[in-house]
Design a protein around this ligand. Structure first.
Ligand code: DP6
Length: 349
């Protein structure tokens, strides 16, 4: 039985050394998608979302306080971060400093084992790791709920990567402080459901339009957005029952319809946002063929051309083979449910 919810409590100064505090977090893939914000500044979603945290592509982030330095430095995959990614990290540090009542600048170093910005949830693992590392570095004692709320301020999907296994992010109620307080993720215990997720990397390059920009544009211009947001409530209720039953076919069908619905809202935006490429469609055809041939396999896609295929672990090799035959240029990897974000302890390599 998976034990991904057994996450140790984070002590504020635990894991902090003179080399800073280091946290590791994994991306998550939403089976019920978050798409659209009702508050852009506080990053409050319009809809609840539900995801599975993966055991691949971790992000490792170190935050080291640098009193006396002129400002923050941000290093991303070995190079100084520029532009928006840098600004988002600094704005996040400002928030942590405000919460901690402290002012020291920091040096942030991040390594992604996943191509950054390619629609593989690097912002989810990135801000979950940053929330855990920065909270520890600035001496904030936060429980998992508070860490999830904090991670949400970086990227709403990051709120879910605080937890391992399956997690539900609440869109929250009210406005302002009430919305901020009530929007966070929590674990969804699903002890008897441990599927595989075959990740088809159709294109690992950065996407043309960020999910942040695309979802704002969708909310503002797509006539289909309200209908999808409404239907997503039913999808979530159905998904929870399907997860409780450990029913892979139902989980897959609901995840697939929810993802296609999200992409439909984008296609109906004015002008359209289209992430799905010919290779994406070829993989989707392969998934359909697998089902026709009797193998349960279901697709989900985020803000990029890559496809994630939910299936039984025993079928993962066959699914990967089918995906490769459908889109010969892509790379394929099989993920399972992974752990929540955590501090790396002093003696760990
Ligand atoms: C399609 O969490 O990256 O992956 O909150 O603006 O940073 P921001 O967006 P982000 O969006 C993820 C959207 C998605 C669906 C999902 O993960 O739920």
């Amino acid at each position: 039985m998976p034990t991904d919810h057994a996450r140790e409590t984070v002590e504020p100064r635990h894991g902090v050394t003179d080399r800073g505090s280091t946290a590791v977090a994994h991306p998550n893939i939403a089976l019920i998608k978050y798409w659209g914000k009702r508050d852009e500044e506080l990053i409050i979603p319009y809809v609840d979302s539900l995801s599975m945290t993966l055991d691949v592509f971790p992000t490792t982030t170190t935050v080291r306080l640098t009193p006396g330095a002129g400002g923050d430095t941000v290093t991303l995959d070995g190079a100084p971060a520029q532009g928006e990614p840098r600004q988002r990290v600094i704005a996040f540090l400002d928030l942590v400093r405000e919460l901690a009542g402290r002012a020291e600048p920091a040096a942030v170093t991040t390594r992604n084992a996943v191509p950054t910005g390619a629609g593989l949830a690097s912002s989810a693992s990135g801000f979950a790791a940053l929330a855990v590392a920065a909270a520890a570095a600035y001496g904030l004692a936060l429980d998992d709920t508070a860490l999830s709320r904090l991670a949400r301020r970086g990227s709403a999907s990051a709120s879910r990567s605080i937890f391992g296994g399956f997690a539900l992010c609440h869109a929250g109620q009210g406005v302002g402080a009430a919305a901020d307080h009530s929007s966070y993720a929590e674990p969804v215990p699903v002890p008897d459901f441990d599927p595989a997720l075959v990740v088809a990397l159709v294109n690992a390059g950065p996407k043309a339009v960020s999910s942040r920009t695309a979802m704002r544009h969708t909310v503002e211009t797509s006539p289909l957005y309200p209908a999808w947001a409404m239907s997503s409530k039913g999808d979530l209720a159905d998904m929870r029952e399907a997860l409780d039953r450990g029913d892979l076919d139902a989980v897959g069908e609901i995840a697939e319809r929810n993802a296609f619905g999200m992409h439909a809202t984008m296609l109906a935006a004015r002008p359209a946002v289209r992430y799905l490429s010919p290779a994406t469609v070829a993989v989707l055809d392969g998934v359909l063929q697998l089902r026709r041939d009797g193998t349960p396999a279901y697709a989900t896609m985020d803000a990029g051309p890559n496809v994630k295929v939910l299936c039984r672990p025993a079928d993962a090799a066959q699914v990967a083979e089918t995906v490769l035959a459908a889109a010969p240029g892509c790379s394929v990897l099989t993920a399972r449910r992974g752990p929540g974000a955590r501090l790396r302890m002093r003696n760990e390599p």
